[in-house]
Design a protein around this ligand. Structure first.
Ligand code: ADP
Ligand code: MG
Length: 206
């Protein structure tokens, strides 16, 4: 992690994360979806967002395709830029979780060490969800026509074709989207949050 510039100190307010979480009746957390392009990260995170919002939760989705237009518009797809992309998103996700939001992130995030770095930045309320569809299924779906282009050599460094993907070894949840329906996937995400007590406010101050 880079050393902060000299003379820069954190300034803490009077209101704590727990105060915000009590107000919202939930705990801030980061649900990190990882998987190949076309595995279903965007689709499942949006459906989970709908379910949780309907249940009165404050949810925010960070999606790879959106942040690359702004926050990470200067980054490409080299290993180095992918790492920097995930580092930035990880910190944004951690800030939103500190604000009390349930943050759902939808990035390929192909490297284990980068995901581990985000886990370290976020702390205990980080849940890794492996959106696990075989390459053949993703390629068959090809929702954005990217596999077709990658096979023709029009997209260099395409994950699964010409750039590696390192699957999670011990995810908090695995979603085989080739076998489960979209609604089942979203329901499992909600169940994961429930089972970890994240849909409850923190205990009141004594
Ligand atoms: N169970 C499922 N979960 C998620 N997506 C599914 C499922 N079954 C089929 N799909 C389809 O797979 C595609 C996934 O695309 P997308 O969500 O954009 O993937 P990613 O964000 O991982 O690149 C969509 O066209 C979606 O409709
Ligand atoms: Mg997507």
């Amino acid at each position: 992690m880079p050393t902060p510039p000299p003379n820069i100190r954190r300034h803490e307010g009077v209101i704590s994360r727990q105060d915000r979480e009590r107000l919202l009746g939930q705990k801030g957390c980061v649900v990190w979806f990882t998987g190949l392009s076309g595995s279903g990260k965007s689709t499942v995170s949006r459906r989970a967002e709908e379910r949780l919002t309907a249940a009165g939760r404050l949810v925010y989705v960070l999606d790879g395709d959106n942040v690359r237009h702004g926050l990470c518009a200067d980054l490409g797809f080299s290993d180095r830029d992918r790492t920097e992309n995930i580092r930035r998103i990880g910190h944004v996700a951690a800030l939103l979780a500190d604000a009390g939001a349930i943050v759902l992130t939808a990035f390929i995030s192909p490297f284990r060490k980068d995901r581990q770095q985000v886990r370290d930045a976020v702390g205990q309320d980080f849940l890794e969800v492996f959106v696990d569809a075989p390459l053949a299924v993703c390629e068959q779906r090809d929702p954005k026509g990217l596999y077709q282009k990658a096979r023709k050599g029009e997209i260099p460094e395409f994950t699964g074709i010409s750039s590696p993907y390192e699957p999670p070894t011990d995810p908090d949840l695995r979603l085989p989207t080739g076998e489960l329906s979209l609604d089942d996937c979203a329901a499992r995400v909600q169940q994961l949050l429930e089972s970890r007590g994240l849909l409850q406010p923190p205990a009141s101050k004594s």
